[in-house]
Design a protein around this ligand. Structure first.
Ligand SMILES: Cc1cc2nc3c(=O)[nH]c(=O)nc-3n(C[C@H](O)[C@H](O)[C@H](O)COP(=O)(O)O)c2cc1C
Length: 193
């Protein structure tokens, strides 16, 4: 965690390891979620044409999307109805009952928010995995999700955020060696009672 950091500048000629990317697919698939709900899709975009299109709707992240080798787009199921069909088909009765008693009664807005939270867990998993594997990456909420959706055409899902993966530029000023980690003090955020 001390060594990982958000890459701000990639080496466009850098390589990524295909075997490691396959591992990341499996790691994402293994992410935990409430009642094992898994309301997600992860779209791996490595083709230059699609990456370039995404770069144009990525605000200050344009260059990162272009110069990284891969962009993983994290998506969530759009409709609560589709989500309920998925859990009915895949989860044990106990989990579905928990959902029906504890989540469903709270209404559509709550359910959608709850589903998105599950997708963020998979972001934490991915960032930790990248840290462990020494993979350079950038989490990016600074994208236009609706524009991403038009480009990616994954009908039942909508984009939430993305992660760029590539090889950092040695000139990246955001590396901890040039830009030491800034965090609130542990005793301000971790309390004991
Ligand atoms: C959910 C999320 C969204 C983020 N969005 C962006 C982004 O769009 N562009 C960017 O350069 N950094 C983005 N960041 C990086 C954060 O600014 C960064 O994690 C934070 O400043 C801590 O720095 P570090 O990751 O280098 O330790 C994002 C981080 C997270 C977790």
């Amino acid at each position: 965690m001390k060594d990982r950091y958000t890459v701000k500048k990639y080496n466009a000629d850098g390589e990524i390891n295909a075997g490691e990317i396959e591992e990341l697919k499996e790691i994402l698939t293994l992410s935990p979620s409430s009642i094992n709900s898994q309301p997600w899709n992860f779209i791996f975009v490595s083709g230059t044409e699609t990456k370039n299109k995404l770069s144009e709707v990525s605000f200050h992240n344009t260059e990162k999307v272009i110069e990284s080798k891969l962009v993983i787009v994290f998506q969530v199921l759009k409709s609560v109805e589709d989500f309920e069909t998925q859990i009915n088909e895949n989860l044990p009765e106990m989990a579905v009952t928990y959902y029906k008693n504890m989540v469903q009664p709270l209404g559509e807005e709550y359910i959608k928010n709850w589903m998105a939270k599950q997708v963020y867990i998979s972001l934490g998993i991915l960032l930790s995995a990248c840290a462990d594997m020494g993979i350079d990456c950038t989490p990016m909420e600074g994208i236009k999700p609706a524009e991403y959706d038009k480009i990616l055409q994954n009908e039942k899902y909508e984009s939430l955020f993305a992660v760029a993966i590539g090889q950092k530029s040695e000139a990246d000023k955001n590396q901890p060696v040039y830009s030491p980690k800034r965090r609130l003090e542990t005793d301000k955020v971790v309390l004991e009672r």
